[in-house]
Write a protein that binds this ligand. Structure first.
Ligand code: GLU
Length: 405
C-alpha cells in the first residue's frame, strides 16, 4: 500500500509527537553504539516506589486482571477525590472522576466529547506538543496565544481576552508548563480566571501533571480552586506519571462536571475501554500511600534545574530562564541562529540547532518549533546529575564551535 490518499486529511494536518520521536531517535542511535545523552523525554529517571510496585503485584495475585468499570475502579476514584481535597481543596464525588490510560487520552476524550467542527481551543505557546494535534484529531481548531519570554512564558489576561471568540470552547491551561517549566502564581492565575468569568461559554482544561514538581517554595494553584465560579466548567486533570515515576503504567485522571465525565466515559467505552486493572490498583497505592518521597525527589530536581540553568547560561549564544517547576528548561538559542556548525551547515532555525547538536555532540533535545515557539529548545533534566553535567559541557562546546561568517 503506497497511495497515501488512503489516509485521512486530518492525519496530514498533524505531526507525530516530537517528544516521542526525539526520544526514539536517541534510543536507536544508542542501540547502534553511538554515544548519545538523551535529554528528550519528559520522564523521571527515578524508579516507581516499592510500595506501589508491590500493590500491583498484590493486585495480580488477587486476580484483579479482568475488565474494570470503563473509566476507573471506584477505589481509585475515591483515592482521586481524596487527593483533590487534600492537595487542591477541591470537592469532587466519584461520579465526577474519570480515569484513562494516561494524560493524553483524558485530553482526547474531553475534546472528542465536546468539539464540533470549527470549535476553537485556545492553547498558550509554547505548548506541550500534543495539545494542538489532539484538538485537530477531534475536529476542532487550535488557536495559539503566544506566551513568550517577555512575560516569563505566562499567558497574560490581555492575550487571553484577545484570543477568545464566540467559537471558543476551551482554554487548555498547563502550569507548571511543559516545555517552559513556568508556573502561574495565584495572582497570575486569578487574572486569567477573571477574564474567563466574563466569558461563560469558555471551559478550562487544566493540565496539572507537574503539580508536585515546583521549587523554591512555589505555591501551586489550579483554576477551579482560585476561582470557584469556574468549577462547573473546569476539567482538572492530573496523573501519576510524573509525581510517582509511573510513566509506563499509563494512568491519567480528571475531575469535572458529571455531564462531561459521563460523555468522556462514553468515548472511552468505544476506544480503549478501561485503563489496565493492575495499573489502577498501583495508582490507588500511589495516591493513598506515603507521599514524603515526592518532596525528596523534587529537591533533587531543583538541584539539577540549578545546575543546568547555570551551565546553559555560560554557553555562548544561549539564554536560559530559571523556571518555577516541571523538569524542563526552555533556553533561547537566538544567539546561535545565523552561525555555521562544524559540519558546515548554517543554523537557520532551532530545528537546525537541535539536529546539529545531536550530530556534533550526541546530545538529544527537542527543538522549540515542536512546542510552537522559536528559537528555543527543550531540555528535560529528569536524568542523572552526571549525565546532565556531561550534556551541558557538550552543549557549551558545541555553542563555542559555531562560527559567524
Ligand atoms: N510528556 C512527556 C514529554 O513531553 C512524555 C512524552 C510525551 O508524551 O510527549 O516528553
Amino acid at each position: 500500500m503506497s497511495d497515501s490518499s488512503f489516509l485521512s486529511q486530518t492525519l496530514s494536518r498533524i505531526q507525530p509527537s516530537q517528544t516521542i520521536a526525539v526520544t526514539q531517535k536517541a534510543r536507536e542511535l544508542k542501540a547502534k553504539g553511538v554515544d548519545v545523552i538523551s535529554l528528550g523525554a519528559g520522564e523521571p529517571d527515578f524508579d516507581t516506589p516499592e510500595n506501589i510496585k508491590q500493590a500491583a503485584i498484590d493486585a495480580i495475585q488477587r486476580g484483579e486482571t479482568k475488565y474494570t468499570a470503563v473509566d476507573g475502579i471506584v477505589e481509585l476514584k475515591k483515592a482521586i477525590c481524596a487527593k483533590f481535597k487534600r492537595d487542591n481543596g477541591l470537592e469532587y464525588q466519584p461520579s465526577q472522576i474519570t480515569v484513562a490510560p494516561g494524560g493524553k487520552p483524558i485530553i482526547y476524550n474531553a475534546m472528542i466529547a465536546t468539539l464540533n467542527p470549527g470549535d476553537e481551543v485556545i492553547i498558550p505557546a509554547p505548548y506541550w506538543v500534543s495539545y494542538p494535534d489532539i484538538v485537530l484529531l477531534a475536529g476542532g481548531a487550535p488557536v495559539i496565544a503566544e506566551a513568550g519570554p517577555e512575560t516569563g512564558f505566562l499567558l497574560t489576561a490581555a492575550a487571553l481576552e484577545a484570543a477568545i471568540t464566540p467559537k471558543t470552547k476551551w482554554l487548555i491551561f498547563n502550569s507548571p508548563s511543559n516545555p517552559s517549566g513556568a508556573a502561574y502564581a495565584r495572582s497570575d492565575l486569578k487574572a486569567l480566571t477573571d477574564v474567563l468569568m466574563r466569558h461563560p461559554h469558555v471551559w478550562v482544561l487544566s493540565d496539572d501533571m507537574y503539580e508536585h514538581l515546583v521549587y523554591d517554595d512555589f505555591d501551586f494553584s489550579t483554576p477551579a480552586e482560585v476561582e470557584p465560579g469556574l468549577y462547573d466548567r473546569t476539567l482538572t486533570m492530573n496523573g501519576v506519571s510524573k509525581a510517582y515515576a509511573m510513566t509506563g503504567w499509563r494512568i491519567g485522571y480528571a475531575g469535572g462536571p458529571e455531564l462531561l465525565i459521563k460523555a468522556m466515559a462514553k468515548v472511552q467505552s468505544q476506544s480503549t475501554s478501561n485503563p489496565t486493572s493492575i495499573s489502577q490498583w498501583a495508582a490507588v497505592e500511589a495516591l493513598n500511600g506515603p507521599q514524603d518521597f515526592i518532596a525528596e525527589r523534587a529537591a533533587v530536581f531543583k538541584e539539577r534545574r540549578d545546575l543546568v540553568t547555570s551551565m546553559l547560561n555560560q554557553a555562548t549564544g544561549l539564554e536560559c530562564r530559571t523556571p518555577e517547576g516541571a523538569f524542563y528548561v526552555y533556553p533561547s538559542c537566538a544567539g546561535c541562529i545565523g552561525k555555521t556548525a562544524p559540519s558546515g551547515k548554517l543554523i537557520e532555525s532551532d530545528g537546525d540547532f537541535a539536529a546539529e547538536l545531536l550530530e556534533a555532540e550526541g546530545v538529544a533535545v527537542v527543538h522549540g518549533a515542536a512546542f510552537g515557539l522559536s528559537p528555543f529548545f527543550r531540555i528535560s533534566y529528569a536524568t542523572s546529575t552526571q549525565a546532565l553535567t556531561a550534556a551541558c559541557e557538550r552543549i557549551q562546546r558545541f555553542c563555542a564551535s559555531l562560527v559567524r561568517d
